[in-house]
Design a protein around this ligand. Structure first.
Ligand code: IPM
Ligand code: MN
Length: 356
C-alpha cells in the first residue's frame, strides 16, 4: 500500500514523540511491504516563529493532499503567560480542526494491569475499563462568538441539530461494534444547547434498538468516571465537556502520556496523543511516546491495515508489560523516549505475527 502521511510535530515534546511514532510506522512499512511517505509541516509556536501564523496555508495544503495526519502537540509558555498575545499556538490547532472539518474526536481509554500502580485509584476500580469518549470538536463554546471589553467577556456556546447528529451517528455506530451502551453527557438541567443535544440523541436512539442509551449530567459523569468507570462504553459529549472529561479519564489509564486520539470529519483524518506540549520536558528525551505510537496504530487502522495496527498496538502493550517505559509510568526504572520507541520498533521487526 502507498500512502502519504502529513507529520506536524508542533511544539514542546511534540517533535520527540512523533519521531518515535514515525520510527514505528517505518518498521511496519518494512515488515508488511508498504510505502509510507512522510511530509513534514509547521504548526503552533514553531509555525509562528517561522512565518508568523500558527496554521500556515502551506500546512493546510499539505494536510489536504495527505491520506492521514500525524500531529504532535502545540503550546509554548511564552504565550500562556501573556494574555495580550493575539496570535497563539493553540489557534493553529483550532483552525486546523475547523478548516479540515474534523468534527469528531475519538479518545479510547483502557486500563492495563501493568499500570495499576501508576494510577491513584484502586485496582478494583480500574480492572476491565474499556471506554471511548466521542468529543465534538468543531462547535460549542470553543468556536462561538467571543466579545471582550475592559471589564466584560463572553464566549457563546451554540450547536445545530446537524452538528449534533453527525457525531451522534458515529458514536452510535461505534457502540454497535463495541459493548452497545452509549451515554450522552450534558447539562440539560441548565443549558439550552444541552437540551438540544438530548432531544437530538433521543430522536436517534430508536434507530439503534440494540444500543442501550443513557443520559447523564456532566457533574455526575465527572464523579461516576472515578467511582464506577466500568459502567461506561461510549461517552458522547460536546466540545468543552469532552475536553475536560477525557483528561479526567486519562487517570484511569495510568498516564496521560499514553492516550491516543483520532479526529474524523469531512476529509482527511488526524491522529494525535491527547497530551499537550509539556514544555518542561521538551528536549530532555523523557516524554512518553506511547500516546503518539498508539495514535499511529489508529492511523494504520484508518487505512484498513487492521493486522498492522494490531501488531503495533501489541508491541506497545508488550513494552508496558515488560516495564520498558518512561518515567511517568515507572519512576524507578525509566527509559528514555527514544529507547522506548526503539524497543517497540525493534519488536515489530523481530517478532513473527503468529507470536503476538
Ligand atoms: C486538547 C487540547 C486542546 C483543546 C488545546 C491545546 C486547545 O487541550 O486537544 O484536548 O482544548 O482542545
Ligand atoms: Mn484537552
Amino acid at each position: 500500500m502507498q500512502k502519504k502521511i502529513a507529520v506536524l510535530p508542533g511544539d514542546g515534546i511534540g517533535p520527540e514523540v512523533t519521531r518515535e511514532a514515525v520510527k514505528c510506522m517505518q518498521s511496519i512499512a518494512v515488515r508488511f511491504n508498504h510505502q509510507f511517505q512522510f511530509d513534514y509541516g509547521l504548526i503552533g509556536a514553531a509555525a509562528i516563529d517561522a512565518c508568523g501564523a500558527p496554521f500556515p496555508d502551506e500546512t493546510r495544503r499539505l494536510c489536504q493532499k495527505a491520506d492521514a495526519i500525524l500531529f504532535g502537540a502545540v503550546g509554548d509558555p511564552k504565550y500562556d503567560n501573556n494574555p495580550d498575545a493575539t496570535i497563539r499556538p493553540e489557534q493553529g490547532l483550532l483552525k486546523m480542526r475547523k478548516e479540515l472539518g474534523l468534527f469528531a474526536n475519538v479518545r479510547p481509554v483502557k486500563s492495563y494491569s501493568s499500570l495499576y500502580q501508576s494510577s491513584p485509584l484502586k485496582p478494583e476500580i480500574l480492572k476491565g475499563i474499556d471506554l471511548v469518549v466521542f468529543r465534538e470538536l468543531t462547535g460549542g463554546i470553543y468556536f462561538g462568538e467571543k466579545t471582550r471589553t475592559k471589564n466584560n467577556a463572553t464566549d457563546l456556546c451554540s450547536y445545530s441539530v446537524s452538528e449534533i447528529t453527525r457525531i451522534a451517528v458515529l458514536a452510535f455506530e461505534a457502540a454497535l461494534r463495541r459493548n452497545k451502551k452509549l451515554t450522552l453527557v450534558d447539562k440539560a438541567n441548565v443549558l439550552e444547547t444541552s437540551r438540544l443535544w438530548r432531544e437530538t440523541v433521543q430522536g436517534l436512539a430508536p434507530s439503534y434498538p440494540s444500543v442501550q442509551t443513557n443520559y447523564m449530567f456532566v457533574d455526575n459523569a465527572a464523579m461516576q468516571l472515578i467511582m464506577n468507570p466500568r459502567q461506561f462504553d461510549v461517552i458522547l459529549t460536546e466540545n468543552m465537556f469532552g475536553d475536560i472529561l477525557s483528561d479526567e479519564a486519562s487517570v484511569l489509564a495510568g498516564s496521560l502520556g499514553m492516550l491516543p486520539s483520532a479526529s474524523y470529519g469531512d476529509g482527511v483524518s488526524l491522529f494525535e496523543p491527547i497530551h499537550g506540549s509539556y514544555p518542561q520536558a521538551a528536549g530532555k528525551n523523557i516524554a512518553n511516546p506511547l500516546g503518539a505510537i498508539f495514535s499511529a496504530a489508529l492511523l494504520l487502522e484508518s487505512f484498513g491495515l487492521f493486522v498492522e495496527s494490531a501488531f503495533l498496538t501489541k508491541a506497545a502493550e508488550e513494552s508496558m508489560a515488560c516495564g520498558y517505559v518512561t518515567s511517568d509510568m515507572s519512576p524507578r526504572s525509566a527509559v528514555s523516549t527514544s529507547k522506548a520507541g526503539d524497543w517497540i520498533s525493534d519488536f515489530v521487526f523481530s517478532h513473527r505475527m503468529e507470536t503476538v
